[in-house]
Ligand binder design. Structure first.
Ligand SMILES: *Cc1c(COP(=O)(O)O)cnc(C)c1O
Ligand code: SF4
Length: 450
């Protein structure tokens, strides 16, 4: 395969497969949506992952190329009108900005709320929500090899940063890790931190190794590079150095863990990805996998069972199934909670215990990661059984709790406590802000009488 070729709206019409297959109308639709939600692809994704014979239903095409229905009709028309009228850049930007603000760009204030400080210095570029794990957003790692159309980080790719990723040096991070011995895991995230050149990563990792922090057990990378550009670990000119760096960390007693994003089994079929996984594993690193469940991409049990099985075949460990967040094009991707649980359960039943390391479906919400254990009936009331997989307060974890059954619920803020209770047990410490909407119903109207 040739070198890296990046595709954006600017050269969309020059992508051979796009030029040869898409109608003028389809191209225009991509331009309309792509002016609001970010678009980026590359030659590997286009040539190896998408089936162009069948691109309209192809999961990876939908995953990377903006689709008309990702915008509500009003928003679509607004941008389409601006483009048709030949509006110039500054005007398009204004229209885009207005629409983006209506797409809940910062769900649950999720970055700004969890930024820690040390000695009165704010660690912008760090998020610390769960006791053992600190997230680090290195400034050079805030883009990706391609963009997923569902991504909840979309605002940062279009320049709407909630958080300025200003932190370049590791000195403050090391001080924070020293001052917080309860932290065992440092998670590099983004964007995709493995878009960074090895030389830059080397500076971070080397400093962490040399600091000899007794509490730092694991360095994790939240990455989609294995899917979107596996060459990163095989043929890129600094691939071998990157693997050597992982090996060095392992030898120094720091476990290297990949939190790899794979959304569909089709991402696991190329020789390049198999080789990349093998090479990463040879360093002693462990690859764990995660993905949201999304309508139009992977909302069926076969795909999940196949994906987990294929991951196990390749030596990866299935880890999380998430629920799509309430941002961007959620109406296009959202799978109802009950349906997500049914799909999870069916898929889980299809694979052996080796692949049942996966947990989900789980919502990464304000109070924590909430897993839907299932639908059940308790004392005559139909309920959702839930539990925290991660909690803002660690004491909340692994304690079953109950919400009123609602077949249309898609997120935690649409759920109400069961058994006539006013609040969930954790809401005394962390109230859920409920938004009015078709899903939200007051307790009194919804309670099932016993
Ligand atoms: C998911 C997540 C983590 C990691 O949680 P694990 O269950 O340990 O994988 C850490 N911080 C935040 C903010 C997260 O959402
Ligand atoms: S690779 Fe990850 S951060 Fe990048 S667009 Fe996809 S989901 Fe978002």
């Amino acid at each position: 395969m040739k070198g890296y070729q990046s595709y954006t709206l600017r050269n969309l019409r020059q992508i051979p497969q796009v030029k040869n297959n898409l109608s003028e109308e389809e191209l225009f639709n991509i331009e309309v949506v792509g002016n609001i939600l970010p678009f980026k692809a590359n030659n590997y994704v286009v040539e190896e992952l998408i089936d162009w014979e069948n691109y309209r239903e192809d999961p990876i095409f939908i995953l990377t190329f903006p689709q008309k229905d990702m915008l509500r009709p009003g928003h679509y028309e607004e941008m389409a009108r601006a483009l048709r009228s030949g509006a110039r850049k500054p005007e398009l930007k204004l229209v885009a900005r207005k629409i983006r603000m209506e797409l809940n760009p910062h769900p649950a204030g999720q970055l700004a709320h969890n930024v820690p400080s040390i000695e009165d210095v704010k660690l912008t570029g760090v998020q610390h929500k769960y006791r053992e794990t600190m997230l680090f957003f290195p400034s050079q790692g805030q883009t990706c090899h391609a963009y997923c159309t569902f991504c909840f980080r979309w605002p940062q790719f279009v320049g709407m940063n909630e958080l300025k990723f200003a932190m370049r040096d590791t000195e403050l991070i090391i001080r924070y890790l020293r001052a917080n011995p309860q932290i065992t895991d440092l998670l590099f995230t983004g964007g995709d931190p493995l878009i960074m050149k090895t030389k830059i990563l080397h500076n971070y990792i080397e400093a962490l190794i040399e600091a000899r922090l007794p509490n730092l057990r694991t360095i994790r990378f939240g990455t989609k590079a294995l899917s979107y550009w596996p060459q990163r670990f095989v043929t890129d000119e600094d691939a071998d150095e990157l693997l050597a760096l992982f090996e060095r960390a392992q030898k120094a007693g720091i476990h290297i863990a990949f939190m790899a994003h794979f959304n569909h089994p089709n991402e696991l079929q190329t020789e390049m990805v198999a080789e990349a996984i093998q090479r990463v594993r040879n360093t002693g690193a462990v690859i764990r996998t995660q993905s949201p469940i999304m309508r139009n991409i992977n909302d069926n049990a076969e795909d999940w069972a196949n994906m987990w099985q294929k991951q196990v075949d390749l030596g990866c460990v299935p880890y999380y199934m998430f629920i799509a967040r309430d941002t961007g094009a959620q109406h296009y991707f959202a799978v109802k909670l009950e349906r997500a649980w049914r799909i999870f359960r069916q898929a889980y039943q299809k694979v052996s215990g080796i692949a049942r390391t996966v947990r989900g479906p789980s919502m990464s919400a304000g109070p924590g990661k909430v897993q839907i254990l299932g639908v059940s009936e308790v004392a005559g009331e139909k309920v959702f059984v839930l539990q925290f997989l991660q909690g803002r307060n660690p004491d909340w974890v692994a304690r079953p709790f109950f919400a009123q059954y609602d077949p249309n619920a898609i997120w935690l803020d649409g759920l109400y406590p069961a058994f006539g209770k006013k609040k969930f047990f954790f809401e005394h410490e962390y109230p859920i802000i409920r938004r009015p909407g078709p899903v939200a119903k007051p307790v009194s109207q919804q309670r099932v009488s016993v």
